[in-house]
Design a protein around this ligand. Structure first.
Ligand SMILES: Cc1ncc(COP(=O)(O)O)c(C=O)c1O
Ligand SMILES: N[C@@H](CCCC[NH3+])C(=O)O
Length: 445
């Protein structure tokens, strides 16, 4: 897959970002990384300026793209009672969460740590849904005390524990059961969650009985039905199939007198990394609303990647070029610890020169690799680029599951994070120092 000359075909609807007047053309709010005067920019900031000011590797996010994605996603549900809960795991930066909170977003969390982040970022606990298969008692207590919107319960034993914890606190826990509809999400097996053999949720066949049990528990209030079938979905049909199964269950529950006030359809809409054509937000919303029909129920969504993925890039510098008999290597200063998606899923990220060579005839096919001592430490295979030592590269579509899955492997401080807003830059996370990496450690006395 050759890198494209322009960096387009991110989620395609180009409606104006109505959240605030950022004076950016619509196109730049949707595709913030564009070439101008021979330099790749984020909005109106040349990436060369970011590298000079903040060093490399650095994650860069576009405020306009983040806000535009949220606004376009939510706009599809205008007129329908709904709540968009951004999936924090995809990008837990306080600055990112704060932007979404200001737009009225809720949040999908999977740990007490994520709840703390949401609260620190100004998020409203009453708009938080708590997913995850392994909630601890302490996490349940904290979430009950914070007054979250709903627990997405993933097993019978979790339901009983939540009932006990709520009882101890003299509270009632609002609950959805996460049902596993056994639908093939048609995505990478590591990020498919809605099949029978996945650890997530409650088997569809068991859900009705478990709801009856939930309704009988003194400290549990059934509020909804939840379902999330996987991530990076590029087709509408699995969403539709899952929704069909969820609606059948909702009808069955209501017939039994168990009222369902909301349906949480999870996240999972994919983005364009290479040549995928994921469902357009408007088409996704229209299809969901059509299926919902005239049922009076709130819809909850948990999008992560679709709101942040294409709003971010990782800037890295070429440290060395190494030409061997078998391969050409561009050894860059970002590595699998900064962006592990290629190593973990063999995921493709477009990699573009920040200042493309004026004479592309010198281009060669490179392995783009990092300095980590693992053969799996690569960011891209077989990329045709005209490179020199010291050149800057931008690894695109890195706003989701990039920084959030980074590590300190090889005692590498994690990258800085910068938010671009028009022609301004904001350092939203400082680069870690090596001293910080072992500050909590002790040697024996
Ligand atoms: C329960 C839950 N909700 C939402 C998400 C967000 O998924 P995505 O980033 O694909 O929208 C995930 C991750 O797959 C998840 O596990
Ligand atoms: N980490 C994955 C997505 C996992 C979704 C979490 N349920 C990715 O980078 O694509």
């Amino acid at each position: 897959m050759a890198p494209r000359a322009t960096f387009t075909s991110r989620n395609s609807s180009t409606r104006r970002n109505s959240s605030r007047n950022n004076n950016l053309p619509d196109e730049l709010s949707v595709n913030p990384f564009q070439l101008k005067n021979g330099i790749l920019h984020a909005e109106n900031v040349p990436l060369t300026r970011i590298a000079d000011e903040f060093g490399t590797p650095t994650y860069v996010y576009s405020r306009a793209a983040l806000e535009s994605a949220y606004t376009r996603f939510a706009a599809g549900f205008d007129g329908q009672d709904h709540l968009v809960c951004f999936a924090v795991k995809s990008n837990p930066s306080l600055a990112v969460l704060n932007l979404f909170a200001r737009l009225g977003a809720g949040f999908d969390i999977v740990s007490g740590g994520e709840l703390a982040r949401v609260l620190a970022a100004g998020g409203d606990p009453a708009k938080v849904v708590f997913s995850g298969v392994g909630k601890t008692e302490t996490e349940m207590e904290t979430a009950l005390n914070a007054g979250i919107f709903c627990f997405n319960v993933e097993s019978a034993s979790e339901l009983d524990r939540l009932n006990d914890v709520a009882g101890r606190l003299g509270k009632t826990a609002p609950v959805s059961l996460r049902v596993n509809p056994n639908v093939d999400a048609k995505t990478h097996p590591y990020i498919s969650t809605g099949l029978k053999n996945n650890k997530f949720g409650v088997a569809y066949e068991d859900a009705f009985n478990l709801y009856q049990h939930a309704a009988s528990l003194p400290n549990i209030a059934v509020h909804g039905v939840d379902c999330h079938i996987g991530s990076q979905l590029t087709e509408l049909s699995p969403f539709m199939d899952a929704f069909d199964r969820v609606l059948a269950l909702v009808d069955q529950l209501e017939a039994e007198g168990i009222r369902v006030a909301h349906i949480d359809l999870g996240g999972g809409i994919g983005i364009c990394y290479a040549d995928e054509t994921p469902p357009d937000f408007a088409a996704y919303a229209a299809a969901m609303l059509q299926k919902l029909g005239d049922r009076k129920v709130k819809l909850v969504f948990e999008p992560g990647r679709a709101l942040v993925g294409n709003a971010g890039a990782l800037i890295t510098k070429v440290e060395y070029l190494k030409h061997t008999e078998a391969k050409n290597f561009a050894i860059v200063d970002a590595a699998m610890n900064d962006l592990m998606r290629p190593a973990l899923y063999d995921a493709y990220h477009e990699i573009a020169a920040v200042v493309p060579a004026t004479d592309p005839s010198s281009a060669q096919v490179y392995e783009i690799v990092g300095p980590v001592c693992e053969s799996g430490d690569f960011l891209g295979h077989d990329r045709k680029l005209a490179l020199q030592q010291g050149d800057l590269l931008a690894v695109l579509s890195a706003g989701a599951y990039g920084m959030s899955m980074s590590s300190n492997y090889n005692t590498r401080p994690r990258a800085a994070e910068v938010m671009v807003d028009g022609d301004k830059t904001h350092l939203i996370r400082e680069r870690e120092t090596v001293a910080q990496l072992f500050a909590l450690e002790k040697i024996l006395g």
